[in-house]
Design a protein around this ligand. Structure first.
Ligand SMILES: Cc1cc2nc3c(=O)[nH]c(=O)nc-3n(C[C@H](O)[C@H](O)[C@H](O)COP(=O)(O)OP(=O)(O)OC[C@H]3O[C@@H](n4cnc5c(N)ncnc54)[C@H](O)[C@@H]3O)c2cc1C
Length: 389
């Protein structure tokens, strides 16, 4: 599989980004991971992507990373490339960044020195634990509590929908430390080793696009003083800063899925014989392919505009990141749906690439802020910008 990457000529990128796209595509297309379980497949992807050096883009240079700071365009280029090849390759890569992001941004030097180099080599698996059974889109409603005890903190509560739940070596957990406070105030972040007494993996959650996902419980789970991430009570802001970095990369993954769908459909259009010619000769199919190509470019433009702005322009990127997240995931869903349609019966056959993409894309419109949440954000930011103008 080679997906054309002509968009890498766009002015959002510099030569190192172009070289990265070329080397990642050349490497990943030689990789196939098939094991008996999704957990093992994921572990293997983390190990291989780490050994190949690409996980170094998930942490800063000081702790074994590739660049002085996390670079949105590099993260996006890698996610798009891996997603076009294999959804679990993308997942394994993305979770190392999202799962360790709060350590990078708020961990003590001791924590960063011990764990980030291992994350970048694929030797430790990371997870980000914010969502709870009664706190998803409304994340500030979280109820997990952390109270001070001699020498550390005691955690009680439950997190759910946690990617890498069950295979992670550590979890960045967000818990309420000031029970009197409501909303985003009084929440703190904690680094919790998977082998901490009191941490148990509850229900494993199966989803339409399989990957490791679980509910995690904390019952009098004690973590040391140094496990605090960032300042006490500053945890919600830390969680949002982490998501801010990685939200645009969700758009990039969606773009990768859509690019692969178009590529597969072009192949189908050229080879499928009908009405004395090919599918691709049918004017209506050409129009649909035109729509797909346009939506794909729109998704990619929103994605890389946001990543470029984050990397190069000082100031807030909330609005462009939210536009990219909702725009690219929604457009990619449409592209992939049309791809399934143009594949006919083959499109819904289990094992076909477009059938897998149809399942892979769906959750991206929900996690890290559902489309509706992004719409509200963009609306509010647009009103604010109009007021300031
Ligand atoms: C595959 C997958 C992986 C995940 N991985 C992680 C992870 O690693 N760590 C983690 O902490 N969480 C994770 N999540 C959780 C994810 O972030 C939540 O599912 C998401 O925030 C939505 O929360 P919810 O599922 O409780 O849905 P709800 O909050 O119940 O929302 C349901 C729907 O309501 C709509 N909605 C939301 N807000 C509004 C509004 N203001 N107005 C109108 N409609 C609205 C949206 O369509 C939304 O999808 C993951 C979820 C999935 C599906």
């Amino acid at each position: 599989m080679t997906v054309p990457a002509t968009h890498m000529a766009w002015p959002f990128f510099n030569d190192p980004h172009r070289d990265l796209a070329t080397s990642a595509a050349a490497w990943v297309c030689t990789q196939t991971v098939e094991t008996a379980s999704v957990d093992e497949t994921c572990r293997e992807w983390v190990r291989r992507i780490g050994t190949a050096g690409f996980l170094r883009y998930c942490v800063p240079e000081k702790w074994g990373g590739a660049l002085p700071e996390l670079d949105s365009r590099s993260l996006c280029v890698l996610r798009e490339t891996f997603a076009a090849h294999d959804g679990l390759a993308d997942f394994a890569f993305a979770m190392q960044g999202l799962g360790s992001g709060a350590v990078t941004l708020g961990g003590s030097d001791a924590l960063r020195d011990e764990w980030l180099p291992r994350v970048s080599r694929g030797e430790a698996i990371a997870a980000f634990a914010l969502s709870e059974p009664e706190a998803g889109s409304d994340a500030v409603a979280l109820q997990t509590r952390a109270e001070r005890v001699a020498g550390g903190w005691r955690l009680n509560g439950a997190k759910t929908w946690i990617s890498n739940g069950g295979i992670a070596d550590f979890y960045c957990v967000f818990a309420r430390t000031a029970p009197g406070e409501s909303g985003s105030r009084g929440i703190s972040g904690f680094f919790v080793r998977a082998d901490s007494p009191g941490l148990t993996i509850g229900e494993r959650i199966e989803v339409m696009s399989p990957h490791p996902l679980a509910t995690i419980s904390f019952t009098d789970c004690i973590v040391p003083e140094g496990a605090l991430l960032g300042a006490e009570s500053d945890g919600f802001a830390l969680a949002m800063r982490t998501l801010d970095i990685f939200r645009v990369s969700v758009a990039a993954a969606a773009t990768g899925f859509a690019r692969r769908a178009l590529d597969e459909t072009l192949r189908q259009a050229r080879s499928r014989k009908m009405f004395g010619s090919t599918l691709g000769e049918q004017p209506l199919a050409q129009a649909i392919l035109g729509d797909m190509a346009t939506d794909l470019d729109a998704a990619a433009l929103l994605t890389y505009r946001a990543a470029w702005q984050r990397d190069t322009q000082p100031g807030r990127t909330t609005s462009v990141a939210a536009m990219a997240k909702m725009g690219a995931t929604e457009l990619a869903q449409k592209v992939i749906d049309r791809a399934v349609q143009l594949h006919g019966g083959r499109g819904v056959r289990v094992g076909e690439v477009v059938e897998r993409l149809y399942r892979d894309i769906r959750a991206l419109r929900i996690y890290e802020g559902a489309t509706e949440v992004q719409r509200l954000l963009v609306g509010r930011e647009t009103l604010k910008a109009h007021h300031l103008a």
